[in-house]
Design a protein around this ligand. Structure first.
Ligand code: ARG
Length: 566
């Protein structure tokens, strides 16, 4: 139940001539101060239509206002302040979430509509970077969010598995590679071969041509080139899957750049047909002067295609294949220029759906102050970051709950969960630094704090010797204190939180909801004697249970596990 909607309708009974439902809904505010009720409605906009001053209008509306969920309406100057009936609202909210926790907040606005989400998309033969981790977890959270709104997300791992670099890699392997070593440690070995190639290139520039030839062979389907490339790709995917398994992330498609090898000719033809291709020093480009952008390089002098050529083919393929409502690309902010060019070229091609393409950009991540880099020297492997986090989680558990039964499993859920949650809790465009010790703490604004709060709620129910199934979703509840009311209101706000997270493509809105929930619950628990006997005890326990369910759903959306005990 969304009480803002109910009040909107009750107000509309008087105001429908002047304001639409949507207008009323948007005008209703959450007062900053609890003394001003639960919702406030300003009347300024009605002054003209009513030819009265806003304060008088507010009085008139209040006099004729009636609503089942409102206990009292106060007029303060030009504002109507609504005070909800706590028992009615609490009963409805608690019953709603308890009777169907996994669909609580669901909607069908997206029914029948596809949203491809380009996410993770690491480059084969290279270690996955922190940027790819961000893309993976943001993309995963977004796909959970849109799916709750009825959309069909399509999780696409647009692997970086094509391009001139694979000609260089094949060259390096043929010169210095050893099969055994690559089998034993594929990404590390291939990455080193690639780095070595660039070192040798400084004294033997002719190697560049050899690399170019190998890529040409690969593009033309040469057997040896293709076999080596496929082997590198398979080995790389195996390694990436280890990380995906730990994160609990799956994909609907692994169509990476190579998938578009045979689909680029059409793009080039289309561009030619539309007279958009021009020659520039032997290369083929699309000029983008009117967008104040550099020309997009479509084909090099030697005929080789580029990253953007493959993205053009991919954009078109996705439009045809998925008939998308929106098409998302979760990629770091260093590619803003690329996506601006991509959209500009599609625009020049006359594709209006270019507007439905959204680059979901995100900031840079650094660990303990140092920017993570895979290009040179210091390679920070993602798996090592996760291992380190799990180790710290395990230390915390040993300190706080040494007799916990399945310690290893919980440490994995807490450690990995801490990294994922931390990644999602800030506005995605922010750059941030992270310190493993801090993010794994059970207190403060962390994922483990949310997990811990949920486990605590469950332990309270245990202590009360009440089985959650007792709450069947059809009970009457009475909760009158302000601490439980804050919690109820947060649970109630979930569908609007979800809606905002979707509109802004911003999983941090869900993470912040989880943190506010956990904080409000802990204030409630510190101030209200939950287990004391009395008429409200049952309602308080229902609230405790509802909190556990709400936190579990928030965490699920973010892709973070929720251990029952920790
Ligand atoms: N492989 C690219 C990289 O690691 C990211 C690909 C993003 N997706 C896309 N369709 N361009 O930088």
């Amino acid at each position: 139940m969304d009480y803002k909607k109910i009040i909107t309708e009750d107000l509309s009974a008087q105001l429908s001539e002047h304001l639409s439902l949507e207008d009323i809904y948007q005008l209703l505010e959450n007062p900053k101060n609890d003394d001003h009720g639960d919702l406030a409605f300003p009347t300024f906009r009605l002054a003209k239509a009513f030819r009265k001053n806003p304060a008088e209008i507010a009085n008139d509306i209040a006099e004729n206002f009636s609503s089942d969920v409102v206990e009292k309406v106060n007029v303060v100057g030009p504002y109507l302040n609504f005070y909800l009936n706590k028992n009615i609202v609490s009963t409805q909210v608690l019953n709603d979430i308890i009777s169907s926790p996994s669909t609580y907040g669901n909607s069908n606005v997206g029914e029948g509509k596809n949203i491809p989400i380009d996410m993770s998309s690491p480059n084969i033969a290279k270690p996955m970077s922190m940027g790819h981790l961000r893309s993976t977890v943001i993309g995963n959270a977004l796909s959970n969010i849109v799916s709750k709104l009825g959309f069909e997300p399509v999780r696409i791992n647009h692997l970086g598995d094509w391009g001139t670099q694979f000609g260089r890699l094949i060259t390096a392997y043929k010169l210095w590679g050893e099969e055994e070593k690559v089998r034993a440690n594929p990404i590390k070995e291939l990455n080193e071969l690639y780095i070595h190639f660039h070192e040798v290139l400084e004294t033997q520039p002719e190697l560049e041509d050899v690399g170019r030839e190998w890529f040409k062979k690969l593009e033309d389907g040469d057997q040896e080139a293709t076999e080596l490339w496929r082997w590198f790709r398979d080995e790389s995917l195996n390694e990436f899957n280890k990380v995906y398994d730990r994160l609990g992330v799956t994909f609907d498609s692994h169509n990476g750049e190579s998938f578009y090898n045979d689909k680029m000719e059409e793009i080039v033809d289309l561009l030619e047909e539309k007279e958009l291709l021009v020659e520039d020093q032997g290369a083929q480009v699309v000029r983008l002067d009117e967008f104040d952008l550099q020309p997009a390089l479509i084909k090099k002098q030697d005929g080789a295609t580029l990253y953007i050529t493959r993205d053009l083919a991919a954009a078109l393929f996705r439009k045809r294949n998925y008939e998308f409502e929106q098409s998302l690309y979760v990629v770091g902010q260093d590619q803003i220029y690329h996506f601006t060019q991509l959209k500009a070229v599609l625009n020049k091609m006359g594709y209006e759906w270019e507007e439905d393409i959204h680059h979901i950009s995100f900031g840079l991540i650094s660990i303990d102050g140092e920017k993570m880099s895979t290009r040179r020297g210091k390679v920070v492997l993602l798996e090592e970051v996760l291992d380190e986090a799990v180790l710290r989680a395990s230390n915390q558990i040993n300190e706080k709950n040494p007799s916990l039964a399945n310690k290893e499993e919980v440490a994995e859920q807490v450690g990995v969960g801490a990294v994922v949650f931390h990644d999602l809790q800030h506005d995605r465009r922010n750059n941030f630094n992270f310190n493993l010790d801090e993010i794994v703490q059970f207190e403060g604004e962390t994922g483990p704090y949310v997990q811990y709060t949920r486990a605590r709620a469950l332990s309270i129910l245990k202590k009360a010797e009440i089985d959650p199934s007792y709450f069947d979703g059809e009970k009457e509840y009475s909760l009158t204190d302000s601490y439980s009311w804050s919690v109820v209101k947060l649970i109630q706000s979930f569908s609007s939180v979800l809606d905002r997270a979707y509109r802004e493509f911003e999983p941090s809105i869900i993470a912040k909801h989880a943190l506010s929930m956990a904080q409000a619950f802990n204030r409630f628990y510190a101030n209200v004697r939950v287990l004391d006997e009395g008429p409200e005890k049952e309602s308080r326990l229902a609230l405790v249970y509802a909190v556990a369910l709400m936190l579990e759903e928030d965490l699920r959306l973010l892709g973070v596990e929720a251990p029952d005990e920790m």
